[in-house]
Ligand binder design. Structure first.
Ligand SMILES: NC(=O)c1ccc[n+]([C@@H]2O[C@H](COP(=O)([O-])OP(=O)(O)OC[C@H]3O[C@@H](n4cnc5c(N)ncnc54)[C@H](OP(=O)(O)O)[C@@H]3O)[C@@H](O)[C@H]2O)c1
Length: 344
């Protein structure tokens, strides 16, 4: 089996290399990035080629491709990979809204992938953990509306932003200034900022619109009431989400907890009991990288019908929110040696 990764040197690409070794240990890897270079990862070195080589007439054909590039480069290379016979999973936003392309959160709607599918879009890193938590509850109580507020890690913006953040955080905190004076006003270090890229006339940013649109598409509920506010927090990895979820029927909290604790009902979810949210944090999710941590489920006192609950969901944006989900999608075509990566 020949697998290629485009964007292999980036944050998501690197995670994908590690996961492929777990899912398909015998696979031959072909790695691509902006230019020819060597990548050292976990003490191993890999040859990486410039992606433009795939445009050569004699570019090698293959079985499976993971594309971890920005939108512009996905648009350039995905059609070429399909032409070369690869089945493709694209991590960018490019194909998510295309009605012909399935948008898949493994464990929620992965059963829509069969042999006839050649291209799948991987959702946004906040949509995957949220839909994993909502899906089992929706089956039991019916879903009516979701209001979500996200606190997203800096690594969601890619390797250059993460490295700049780490350097700025080191320098800024070293000053021991209680008001955070040394930090840049618009920077991520020591800060919380709106995730405001692509804000349009609706007043919502592209990140917020993605979470709204993608939740509806994955859950196949085009009319679902969803609203989102997203911000970035000074955290390296791990997206944290607080949601108010309204169901069609009153929610029995014990039943909700039991559904979320059952891997057959709630795949890739780790349910944490207790309203205080012990074990539910960005750093905790990096200890359990391939699962959505879900907890703090409690009634919203404003709703006397007990149909609305507050819920917290946390997921590693590089793994569950990106590379792990993509690998799980591909296991619908190619069985995984590691059962934890096999999609239902
Ligand atoms: N980070 C996350 O949490 C996350 C989560 C979900 C989805 N995503 C999506 O996944 C994709 C990758 O994100 P990332 O965070 O891994 O980005 P990243 O760390 O910035 O990596 C970007 C990759 O793109 C490559 N690249 C840049 N210019 C290129 C060109 N002209 N031709 C070919 N390759 C080029 C880079 O190669 P060089 O090293 O050679 O520059 C690098 O491998 C994006 O679409 C992102 O939106 C990211």
């Amino acid at each position: 089996m020949r697998i290629c990764i485009l964007g292999a040197t980036g944050l998501v690409g690197r995670e994908t290399i590690t996961l492929i070794a777990r899912a398909w240990p015998g696979a031959t890897l072909a790695l691509f990035a902006s230019r020819d270079q060597e990548l050292t990862l976990d003490g191993k070195s890999y040859e990486v080629l410039g992606a433009s080589r795939l445009e050569a007439q004699d570019a090698p054909r293959g079985d499976l491709a993971f594309v971890a590039l920005d939108d512009e480069h996905s648009k350039r290379y995905v059609p070429r990979l399909l032409e070369l016979g690869y089945r493709v999973i694209d991590k960018s936003n490019t194909y998510r809204t295309d009605p012909k392309v399935p948008l898949v959160a493994a464990g929620v709607n992965s059963s829509i992938i069969d042999d006839s599918v050649r291209l799948v879009a991987n959702p946004n890193c906040t949509t995957i953990p949220l839909t994993l938590a909502l899906s089992p509850l929706r089956r039991e109580f019916g879903l009516s509306a979701v209001t979500v507020s996200t606190y997203q890690a800096v690594s969601g913006a890619g390797i250059a932003a993460l490295d700049a953040f780490l350097a700025d955080a080191r320098d800024g905190y070293q000053a021991l200034d209680r008001l955070g004076g040394p930090f840049k006003l618009s920077g991520y270090a020591g800060n919380v900022v709106p995730h405001n890229g692509g804000t349009d006339e609706s007043g919502f940013s592209s990140e917020e619109r993605k979470l709204i649109f993608e939740s509806r598409k994955i859950l196949a509920m085009p009319e679902l009431g969803v609203s989102a506010q997203c911000c970035r927090v000074a955290v390296a990895v791990g997206h944290y989400e607080n949601a108010w979820v309204t169901f069609e029927r009153p929610v029995d909290l014990e039943r909700a907890a039991s559904l979320l604790s059952d891997p057959a009902q709630a795949p890739y979810v780790k349910y944490l009991p207790g309203a205080a949210g012990e074990g539910l944090s960005a750093l905790h999710c990096v200890q359990d990288r391939d699962r959505a941590l879900v907890g703090r489920i409690r009634p919203d006192a404003r709703d006397r019908d007990r149909k609305t609950v507050c819920i917290t969901v946390v997921g590693d944006n590089l793994r569950l929110g990106a590379a792990t989900n993509a690998v799980r999608i591909a296991t619908r075509w190619f069985k995984s040696a590691d059962q934890d990566l096999q999609a239902p």
